[in-house]
Design a protein around this ligand. Structure first.
Ligand code: MD3
Ligand code: FE
Length: 204
């Protein structure tokens, strides 16, 4: 399918990653999880656990605990530095025209029933770079709003290999994952969905 470029800095690129590249990426992620085990973040203050499990790669990783949301250079459980971002993801970032190098790659793992409530991503010290999202495995029902919490939303399905670029005014839109369609992909043994988000945290 042709690239679908939408307005306001939003680009949805269905099937941007080939099936062979998707398998290679899934293997990269498996190795990252061996070095940087999945952890279950909890909500600031309340301590309510997310239904999504996470890890990171890159110089900085996003974490959430009772103290708040932040980026940090070390894994919250092992204390070790995050593994490097796979070269094929750095190349994707550059091929999409994003500036400098990504500093953080958040790995979100969705088992059956996992979801992510509507939120903005604004823990970064710069919004000048886009966020690049890569979906692998089961299809997600993604909800896309505007830059105000209230207001119209629409639903978009993100399948394995789809890439979305959120730049310009779209960098600060509200978004979330309503649900994951289990059994929709055979990429990941045991099913589920992986979402990778590549970000700049600091100005370049
Ligand atoms: C729009 N992840 O990690 S990817 C997140 O599928 C997150 O795991 C979802 O929202 C997931 O913060 C959605 C799409 C996405 C990611 C980051 C964005 C959309 C975005 C940042 C700014 C605007
Ligand atoms: Fe987000």
């Amino acid at each position: 399918m042709a690239d679908v470029i939408e307005a306001d800095g939003l680009a949805i690129l269905p099937g941007r990653i080939t099936p062979a590249e998707q398998r290679a990426l899934a293997e990269d992620i498996r190795k990252i999880i061996k070095k940087a085990p999945l952890f279950q973040p909890v909500m600031p203050r309340t301590g309510k656990p997310f239904s999504v499990e996470m890890t990171n790669c890159g110089p900085l990783g996003w974490v959430s605990d009772r103290a708040g949301y932040r980026y940090q250079p070390n894994h919250p459980v092992t204390g070790r530095p995050w593994p490097a971002i796979p070269e094929r993801l750095v190349k994707l970032w550059q091929d999409l025209g994003a500036p400098a190098e990504p500093e953080a790659c958040l790995v979100n793992i969705y088992a059956e029933g996992a979801r992510l409530g509507m939120h903005q991503d604004r823990d970064e010290a710069t919004f000048d770079a886009p966020v690049v999202s890569v979906s692998l495995g089961d299809t997600a029902v993604f909800r896309l709003g505007g830059t105000e919490r209230r207001g119209p939303t629409r639903s978009v399905r993100l399948a394995s290999g789809d890439v979305v670029v959120f730049g310009g005014p779209s960098r600060l839109i509200y978004h979330g994952i309503d649900r994951v369609l289990s059994g929709s992909s055979r990429l990941i043994d045991g099913g589920g969905r992986i979402n990778l988000t590549l970000r700049r945290v600091n100005p370049f």
